[in-house]
Design a protein around this ligand. Structure first.
Ligand SMILES: *[C@@H]1O[C@H](CO)[C@@H](O)[C@H](O)[C@H]1NC(C)=O
Ligand SMILES: *[C@@H]1O[C@H](CO)[C@@H](O)[C@H](O)[C@H]1NC(C)=O
Ligand SMILES: *[C@@H]1O[C@H](CO)[C@@H](O)[C@H](O)[C@H]1NC(C)=O
Ligand SMILES: *[C@@H]1O[C@H](CO)[C@@H](O)[C@H](O)[C@H]1NC(C)=O
Ligand SMILES: *[C@@H]1O[C@H](CO)[C@@H](O)[C@H](O)[C@H]1NC(C)=O
Ligand SMILES: *[C@@H]1O[C@H](CO)[C@@H](O)[C@H](O)[C@H]1NC(C)=O
Ligand SMILES: *[C@@H]1O[C@H](CO)[C@@H](O)[C@H](O)[C@H]1NC(C)=O
Length: 608
């Protein structure tokens, strides 16, 4: 059914014709999957709120529950303002309208204590260093602050919420990320498993599975405005990690049909052909179906599109922005044709090495899980698929000259040889012949040559200093650092395993120090300088909490439970930092004896 606003846009479109655009607008949510798209995904209220900058972060408004049914609120707006453009409205009137008809953002989610939470999880008790063990217990304590549950009554009244209903409690990343997120959940789950929280892990996996059953894929996050895009596919990996920890075959059998369905989404909606050396290969790419501003970033998206050159394809621009958001890397010079400016974004022209490495892992995991439940037929099918696809990844993404994997650009028909942490994802997902122990060495040597190991706080996302994007230098992110460490650790090369440990020491000690200096775990870290800090850049303030950072650290503390030690006088841990308030700006603190850390790490290395 056509709501009045869609009808209005439709009529406008007919009257005015294709004003520089030649495709129909594809909204991020529509009447087939939500009853409130004209409030949260498009329409005059969303536009007015953003036009008048009622909130610094556009996400605030689209997370506010309605106090009445969407059609009633919409009609009230029309009765008051007719079809006046946002520019003709008065800011305080718009604010008064929002106050009258909307509740505060996030109030539909309630804080919970996970039923399997315990103060001192047995696995964390095995951490040898008392300071690190104490820290691990504190991080374990943060799960209670990040646990959320949706009031079951909401399931009956979904149209008043942008929130996607899920039945079980779950752990959120934190800060503005107040609902579930897809790829974040993998590292959260690594941390939950380290904290012996298998029930919460199962609950989170079942929530994501319920999304696949309902929508055919896992949306980026738990809101209607994420219904046209996914995120890096880690659901199978979550099931795998839980199975390795619990040996729960019944759970695997329950989830396998859902995992299959999710893989079909990537095969049917995100696959493309590429010709190389006279051969054709089928590979995956990020390509969301929407071509309008992202509601949660409506203001910045429209502001940025205003900077496009005359005649540029605005709808293509919006699709490339949303596709970069689907990659999890929003934003990075990796997606920009000039490696500097956001307006040159061309995500849909890039074949991403990390996504393909991940799908390769998905096939490997499917083979393994089917085998575990005794389904040799399906296991064999996936063994063959994975073997073929591993060849595809080598052919399309591996660069023999440089000894590493690169994104492939369809426009330039060449590899992008700049360093991005995504280079190591095929290593992490074992998407190569692991008998070839020289391969991990080559990837390491490439990264070494690019100078990425010279920073005290970990590995930066790229070496690109020409932009202020958050998935670039000097920010290091937990998932990327964790995947590089794990890629080296899981290689069959002892020398590379030791390198993995060294990087882990840097990442863990950097996070440790910032935690005791600021009282928080952060979504990203600035890895340069004489000491690390919370990261910066991008389109919103750095967020604390923080799900995947906590998870990656807990996993590493456990992996290296008898090898990691805090040097003397590293940071004063006497003060128990507050973990409640949100610090928005990077605080200042004294310089650190990093030389001690390095000396210590070298000692560690030769001890083992
Ligand atoms: C929208 O509302 C109608 C009637 O209230 C309901 O039948 C339908 O399931 C709803 N659709 C969605 C996607 O919530
Ligand atoms: C919004 O941003 C402005 C400028 O950065 C700042 O002064 C103001 O305090 C912010 N408002 C809120 C509510 O965060
Ligand atoms: C807005 O509505 C009025 C009547 O309610 C109409 O005369 C006018 O043409 C409309 N404007 C647009 C841009 O559709
Ligand atoms: C906006 O409307 C309010 C009352 O509705 C009025 O007091 C105020 O002067 C108006 N502001 C502008 C800039 O017109
Ligand atoms: C985990 O869930 C099971 C089944 O729902 C329940 O019986 C058990 O008590 C839970 N364990 C904990 C530690 O809460
Ligand atoms: C491999 O990398 C080198 C150097 O970075 C580059 O010149 C070459 O074109 C790349 N190979 C392919 C197939 O893109
Ligand atoms: C650590 O901080 C506490 C509390 O502020 C202080 O009493 C103590 O002297 C500090 N220790 C060192 C070694 O600086």
């Amino acid at each position: 059914m056509l709501n009045p606003w869609n009808f209005f846009v439709f009529v406008l479109f007919i009257i005015c014709g294709p004003l520089g655009s030649n495709q129909v607008e594809v909204h991020v949510c529509d009447t087939t999957n939500s009853n409130n798209s004209f409030i949260y995904c498009n329409g005059p209220i969303l536009d007015a709120v953003n036009y008048h900058s009622l909130y610094n972060d556009s996400k605030e408004f689209v997370d506010m529950p309605l106090k009445d049914d969407p059609q009633i609120v919409y009609n009230a707006w029309r009765a008051k303002y007719g079809n006046q453009s946002s520019a003709n409205l008065n800011k305080s009137d718009v604010q008064a309208f929002v106050n009258q008809y909307f509740s505060a953002a996030g109030t539909e989610l309630v804080v919970c204590t996970p039923d399997d939470w315990q103060e001192k999880p047995p696995k964390l008790a095995t951490i040898a260093d008392p300071k690190l063990r104490e820290w691990a217990y504190k991080l374990n304590g943060i799960w209670k602050q990040l646990c959320r549950k949706i009031d079951p009554a909401i399931e009956q009244h979904t149209s008043r919420y942008s929130l996607l209903y899920v039945p079980n409690s779950f752990i959120v990343p934190g800060g503005r990320f107040r609902e579930f997120y897809y790829w974040d959940a993998y590292w959260i789950i690594k941390g939950l498993i380290a904290s012996d929280m298998y029930n919460t892990t199962r609950s989170m996996i079942r929530n994501l599975a319920s999304m696949v059953d309902k929508y055919g894929f896992v949306p980026n996050g738990g809101r209607v405005y994420y219904l046209q895009r996914s995120q890096p596919p880690f659901l199978a990996a979550m099931v795998y990690e839980l199975y390795e920890a619990t040996n729960d075959k019944a759970f695997v059998a329950e989830l396998l049909p859902t995992l299959l369905k999710e893989l079909n989404f990537w095969n049917e909606k995100r696959m493309t052909d590429v010709q190389m050396n006279g051969k054709s290969f089928k590979v995956y790419q990020y390509k969301t179906a929407s071509n309008v501003p992202r509601p949660e970033s409506y203001r910045v998206d429209t502001q940025n599109s205003a900077k496009l050159a005359n005649g540029a394809d605005q709808q293509q621009f919006y699709q490339d922005l949303a596709s970069a958001a689907e990659s999890g890397w929003d934003f990075s010079t990796r997606w920009f044709s000039d490696y500097k400016t956001l307006t040159s974004i061309e995500t849909t022209k890039v074949l991403p090495v990390d996504l393909n490495g991940l799908l390769c892992w998905n096939m490997d995991i499917m083979e393994y899980l089917y085998e575990q439940i005794g389904d040799t037929k399906n296991s064999q099918i996936f063994r063959n698929k994975r073997a073929d696809f591993r060849d595809t990844v080598q052919n399309v993404f591996y660069n023999r000259t440089d000894g590493t994997w690169y994104d492939y650009n369809l426009r330039t028909q060449s590899h992008n040889p700049r360093f991005y942490t995504s280079t190591a994802v095929p290593l992490f997902t074992n998407c190569y012949n692991t008998l070839n122990t020289g391969k991990s060495q080559k990837v390491f040597d490439y990264m070494d040559k690019m100078g990425v190991f010279t920073y005290p706080g970990g590995i930066p996302t790229s070496m690109s200093q020409e932009s202020d994007q958050q998935w670039d230098f000097p920010n290091g992110w937990s998932p990327n650092n964790h995947m590089i460490i794990e890629g080296l650790r899981k290689s069959a090369n002892p020398e590379m395993q030791d390198k993995g440990f060294l990087i882990a020491s840097k990442w863990v000690m950097g996070n440790f120090r910032v935690f005791y200096e600021t009282g928080h775990m952060w979504e990203k870290y600035n890895v340069i300088g004489s000491y690390p800090q919370p990261g910066s850049g991008g389109e919103y303030d750095v967020q604390d909490g923080f799900g995947w950072s906590n998870g990656a650290i807990l996993d590493l503390l456990l992996t290296y439970n008898d090898r990691l030690f805090v040097p003397e006088n590293f940071v004063n841990t006497t003060v128990t930092p507050s973990v409640e308030s949100t610090t928005k700006s990077a605080p200042k603190y004294a310089k650190l004896p990093w030389v001690l850390v390095f000396a210590f790490m070298i000692r560690q290395l030769f001890n083992y």
